[in-house]
Design a protein around this ligand. Structure first.
Ligand code: PLP
Length: 395
């Protein structure tokens, strides 16, 4: 490893050696098609079944209720379009929030263009939905509530159990995009009243290109991949056995080590938040102060552009992000920061630092020091900052 500091774990994580080791035999040695009846096939079927059981246990369900997909995006698409299509006879109203990941937001927008009625709930300044608003927006035609478990930009964790209770009381299906939460915070689909849940391996030190959708037994969902009868006829295509095995291993490990990782990472997060607030003026922490993912830190730095910050930090060997990986490259301010009520000019100065299990106190201290310097330099070059200084003289 080089000495660069990686603080972009919400974008993706490094595959753990345990997952890599578990995957290796399934590339060459054990290459059978998991649907084949011979020994080669039975060998890989067994490995995929084992991973399905590891994942089911991680969220407290049964293996039959897990469908493997190519990632979180596909899982979200399958959940929302699949439930909408299979439950057309019951209604056409879907409730979601304004701060969902594009995988949910754009899927809902697509359905809205195709005859569905979609309510996009507002959130408060911390990124929380209101349970009252949720209850008020339910109609006789509501078939699905899709609210993310934890936000990928600001880390806010929603009141999932209560949302599930409201949905269950009304007989509405509750889907949650748990791509950022899974592997970082405890998930129990039974205790939390979750009917459908998306997760992705690469956010929890597993391989990229593999995800899953939990679908509670009895929930009607239409398949969008037409083909063979894989994954309980819900998602056709030859199983990606090495990745499935890696996912199972990564999820099991994440749950086993969750308590320790959460403790360490939360401590680092607090050190980083307090350090930035103490060392750099004119900053604002985004997201909920306590109900947030252990590793998420998101700040706005007044008078500067988030992109310049990222580039200057990168030149100093620090990997951070502005908004979500998917929104990067767009000049629009983040829809999440807009939804929590930030002004355009403030939202443009956002920086997301997401900590992971390999980060140390030294990393945090280096980031605070470098950030202070970079922010100072960028502000010196900023016409907005110069103007602010002039105006301040006359106050
Ligand atoms: N949902 C959330 C909340 C995410 O953060 C992401 C990825 O950033 C996704 C969905 C998409 O997952 P994937 O990258 O596995 O397609």
């Amino acid at each position: 490893m080089d000495n660069r500091i990686y603080m972009d774990h919400a974008a993706t994580t490094r595959l753990t050696s345990e997952a890599l080791d578990a995957m290796m035999p399934y590339f060459q040695e054990k290459f059978g098609n998991a649907s084949s009846l011979h020994t080669f096939g039975r060998e890989t079927r067994g490995a995929a079944d084992n991973a399905r059981a590891q994942i089911a246990e991680a969220i407290n369900t049964t293996p039959e209720e897990i469908i493997f997909t190519s990632g979180g995006t596909e899982a979200d698409n399958l959940a929302i379009k699949g439930i909408a299509e299979a439950n057309e006879d019951k209604g056409n109203h879907i409730i979601t929030s304004k701060i969902e990941h594009p995988a949910v937001l754009n899927t809902c927008k697509y359905l809205a263009k195709n005859g569905y009625d979609v309510t996009f709930l507002d959130v408060d300044e911390y990124g929380m939905i209101s349970l009252e608003d949720l209850k008020d927006s339910i109609t006789e035609k509501t078939i699905l509530i899709s609210i993310m478990f934890a936000n990928n930009e600001i880390g806010t964790i929603q009141p999932i159990k209560q949302i599930g209770e409201i949905a269950r009381e009304k007989g509405i299906i509750f889907h949650t995009d748990a791509v950022q939460a899974a592997g970082s915070v405890p998930i129990d689909v039974e205790a939390m009243n979750i009917d459908v849940l998306s997760a992705s391996a690469h956010k929890m030190y597993g391989p990229k290109g593999i995800g899953m959708l939990y679908v509670r037994r009895g929930v009607k969902i239409a398949s969008h991949m037409h083909g063979g009868s894989h994954e309980g006829k819900k998602r056709a295509g030859t199983e990606n056995v090495p990745s499935i095995v890696g996912f199972g291993q990564a999820f099991e490990l994440a749950v086993q080590n969750m308590e320790e990782n959460t403790k360490n990472i939360t401590e680092l997060r607090e050190r980083l938040i307090e350090g930035i607030k103490a060392e750099i003026p004119n900053v604002k922490l985004n997201g909920h102060r306590t109900k947030r993912l252990p590793g998420n830190v998101n700040f706005c730095f007044e008078f500067i552009e988030g992109e310049s910050l990222i580039l200057m930090l990168d030149m100093r060997g620090i990997a951070a992000s502005t908004g979500s990986a998917c929104a990067a490259g767009s000049l629009e301010p983040s829809h999440v920061l807009m939804a929590i009520g930030l002004k355009h000019e403030i939202a443009h100065g956002s920086l997301r630092l997401t900590l992971g299990k390999s980060n140390t106190k030294d990393d945090v201290d280096t980031v605070i020091e470098q950030l202070k310097d970079v922010v100072g330099k960028l502000r010196e070059m900023s016409p907005l900052f110069a103007q602010e200084k002039v105006e301040a003289q006359y106050v």
